[in-house]
Design a binder for this molecule. Structure first.
Ligand code: GAF
Length: 383
């Protein structure tokens, strides 16, 4: 669904349900050019906000409870502001409850509110619908109740909501990209200083293609937290603040103390950090061959060293590798499903799309989805 229609539908539903005029917030999903699983190692990432997102309509309420309508699911949830706890069976509610509870912890309690939200980010695609949802609520509540939080503070609220109410010990990449996105640009983000440099993206004869496997394997949350724990453990053994500070030589010194599997995971992180910085150097010269090569290397590391890929993602990257029309490809996001990101020759976009879709269907029996995205502005009020 197009963003304009999304705004129209959310506005209409809010009016029907709550009979007042809302504040409207748009918060986008994100892609990531390169730099996967480096954010929680205080390393570098290269994400961009996209033209798919969440639209939130929100207004203060005098009632003793707050109401949220999730328009895509046609679900209404009502809750009180006291003693907020995560729901046991998970679901979208926890992202929002988490945001409200984390605001309360900061002493920035909002009052009751009514809200309607809907989105067009495909779920489980690794395009951060969760960060978009968190950011839309923290931004909306901050504006509505004059809580005085900066954008930097708001993304920390979103991240904590995810840690404490959803149970994923995520880094800061998704919330940052969704909040601070710049039109036509990707952000080289240093996850230690939480400062970013925008790069205008124009791959000339090439463009980005996302291919969604439409699968999300169960492992994703526990495996994510496990990977983070491995990295933190190795940092402790190396006596550094984070793997960002380690070199391959440091790691080699630990070889007898850690398993080969953990060694490879940490090595992946060190190498991926270097790849992001290399990518940023090459992007200005638009040397598509090197950029593509770095994407393939990133995937290889994610698949064979960090072990967060899956058969569907590997298949898509392999198909890209043998196509003369694709410069590079890799899995994107946390892994175990979701999308690959591909650098495809513009003139051959349709041909590759047709071919890869057919091959995927033949191999796995289900359809993959192909998207083109525009790099867009971050979270903002819709006037
Ligand atoms: C998920 C997380 F939320 C991010 O913080 C990041 O770690 C990513 O996986 C992997 O790069 O999207």
């Amino acid at each position: 669904m197009k963003n304009k229609k999304l705004v129209k539908d959310v506005k209409k539903r809010f009016k029907e349900q709550f009979k007042t005029k809302p504040l409207l917030v748009y918060s986008p999903g994100r892609i990531n050019l390169i730099g996967e699983h480096t954010d929680y190692n205080e390393g570098f990432v290269f994400p961009a906000a996209i033209n798919k997102g969440i639209v939130l309509a929100i207004q203060k309420s005098d009632a003793s409870t707050s109401q949220i309508v999730a328009l895509n699911k046609e679900e209404l949830y009502e809750f009180g502001l006291d003693g907020i706890k995560p729901l046991n069976d998970g679901g979208w509610q926890n992202y929002i409850l988490g945001v409200v509870a984390e605001l309360q912890k900061l002493g920035k309690s909002p009052g009751n509110f009514n809200s309607v939200f809907a989105g067009n980010i495909p779920g489980g695609a690794g395009m951060s619908s969760s960060a978009a949802l968190e950011n839309s609520f923290v931004y909306g509540l901050n504006t509505l109740f004059n809580l005085g939080l900066t954008k930097e503070e708001m993304i920390l609220v979103s991240q904590k909501a995810e840690h404490n109410f959803v149970g994923v010990q995520c880094g800061i990449m998704d919330q940052y990209a969704s909040m601070f996105g710049v039109t036509d640009s990707a952000l080289l983000l240093d996850c230690r200083t939480v400062e970013a440099k925008p790069y205008t993206i124009d791959f000339k004869d090439y463009e980005l293609m996302l291919i969604n496997t439409n699968v999300k394997h169960d492992l994703s949350e526990s495996a994510y937290n496990d990977r983070r724990a491995v990295c933190e453990n190795i940092s402790r053994l190396l006596n550094v603040a984070a793997l960002r500070d380690a070199t391959k030589e440091d790691l080699d010194g630990l070889k007898t103390e850690i398993s080969e599997a953990d060694y490879q995971k940490a090595l992946y992180v060190i190498e991926e950090n270097n790849r992001v910085l290399h990518f940023a150097e090459v992007i200005e010269a638009n040397d598509v061959e090197i950029l593509g090569h770095l994407l393939y290397q990133s995937h290889e590391g994610l698949s064979t060293q960090y072990k967060v890929s899956c058969a569907e993602l590997d298949f898509l990257v392999d198909r890209a590798r043998v196509s003369p029309n694709v410069a590079g490809a890799r899995m994107m996001g946390g892994g175990f499903g979701g999308c690959t990101i591909n650098l495809v020759l513009k003139s051959e976009f349709k041909t590759f799309k047709r071919k890869v879709s057919k091959q995927f269907k033949k191999q796995f029996g289900n359809e993959c989805s192909v998207y083109k995205v525009k790099l867009s502005q971050g979270t903002h009020i819709i006037k």
